[in-house]
Design a protein around this ligand. Structure first.
Ligand SMILES: O=C(O)C(=O)C[C@]1(C(=O)O)C=C[C@@H](O)C=C1
Length: 365
């Protein structure tokens, strides 16, 4: 046996021993999570038990990132623990997560990034259908896109909060990489049509104008639908992401064709519960102000005075009348924080309506 083979043998024996220890420790952790479930059920007999604890998960993942000794990158270590916690939660209670489908969309990728792969993910055809699924209790939580760094807000999601009783329980950001995809059978054929979602065409506009100018662009309901069509129709391609490419067995003609290298979409987790503070949180509100001079100043000034940072403000037309507006505001902090409570109390005095959409941990992964 060569020196190399001897050394490899020793190292692999060591890896086997470590794997056994890792497995024993993960199993001990899973038994602990089962015990946690019993404690939660005993404390709330006959009631809805919230097994999923977003604030606790955020704290665990933050600690892992802070204390990771290397050589694995902190992001990678957090992803491994994300999956371990996901499997532990599934032992407590299998979670049904509704998302804007079909299968293979970026929203599904976001749902799996946030909850891990041990959930049951349920594709639905529209944003309002995701809200309804969670409102009816058919799904425990929902995942919907809310804004893209290139294309701006997804107004349909914002507008749903005007009428829905659901709360925002979390957020997750996903780097969006679009690829030009073809079926292996069509690889050498001339492409005469490209399918994609309207947002993806917008995010790849310059690349398409430079590299595929003049080829017909056909807008469909999702990237995954575009990939499905490209898999079936000769002479076509799709612009979609990795999940859709994998699902429909497509090959990449061109990789990461989004115009902006930082192209990112933010998604919201919606559910029925209010989430306690995790120590690093964000909150969202909807406010409708009287239409009078200085209304926007009156709304924003308390945030400035109490030292609360706004992370987003959007204006939407109010459903109640012409030229009336609703402000959608995200800010740092939790609604239980004394400073935040003061700001909201002041706004409440001035606003026609203030709706608290929820406080939730700032996305960790
Ligand atoms: O701490 C809890 O409440 C648990 O249920 C345990 C645990 C975990 O595996 O760490 C599992 C699911 C929750 O979402 C949060 C954490």
């Amino acid at each position: 046996m060569s020196d190399e083979q001897t050394r490899l043998g020793e190292l692999r024996d060591e890896i086997d021993r470590i794997d056994q220890q890792v497995m024993d420790l993960i199993s001990a952790r899973a038994r602990c999570a089962q015990e946690v479930a019993h404690v939660k059920m005993a404390a709330n007999p006959g009631e809805d038990v919230f097994f999923y604890r977003p604030e606790r998960e955020a704290q665990v993942l933050r600690r892992i990132k802070e204390q990771n000794p290397g050589p694995l990158p902190a992001e990678e270590m957090a992803r491994l623990f994300r999956e371990i916690m996901s499997a532990c939660l599934a032992l407590e209670k299998p979670m049904h997560i509704a998302f804007l489908g079909p299968k293979g969309t970026f929203t599904q990728a976001a749902a799996l990034k946030h909850f891990g792969h041990s959930v049951i993910s349920v594709p639905l055809p529209a944003i309002d259908a995701v809200f309804r699924e969670v409102e009816s209790g058919a799904a425990h939580y929902g995942v919907v896109p809310v804004e893209n760094s290139t294309e701006g807000m997804i107004n349909h999601t914002l507008d749903m909060f005007m009428s829905s009783p659901l709360k925002i329980c979390g957020e997750v950001q996903l780097r969006i990489h679009h690829h030009l995809l073809v079926s292996p059978a069509n690889k050498d054929q001339e492409i005469t049509r490209i399918y994609s979602h309207q947002q993806s065409f917008a995010q790849c506009r310059q690349w398409l104008d430079t590299h595929r100018y003049g080829i017909e662009r056909i807008t469909v309901s999702s990237n995954a639908e575009a990939a499905r069509r490209a898999a079936e129709e000769p002479g076509t391609a799709a612009i979609a992401g990795d999940m859709a490419a994998e699902l429909y067995g497509l090959e990449k003609l061109a990789n990461s064709i989004e115009d902006r290298p930082d192209n990112t979409t933010r998604f919201l987790i919606i559910g029925k519960e209010e989430v306690p503070a995790s120590g690093h949180d964000k909150s969202s509100i909807l406010v409708s102000m009287r239409n009078k001079p200085g209304a926007l100043y009156t709304l924003l000034e308390p945030f400035h005075r109490h030292g609360i940072s706004l992370t987003r403000i959007e204006t939407r037309p109010s459903p109640s009348g012409t030229w009336a507006y609703v402000f959608y505001i995200d800010f740092e902090g939790h609604m239980d924080d004394p400073q935040v409570s003061k700001v909201l109390a002041e706004i409440d005095d001035e606003a026609v309506e203030l709706k608290r959409l929820g406080s939730y941990p700032i996305g960790v992964l």
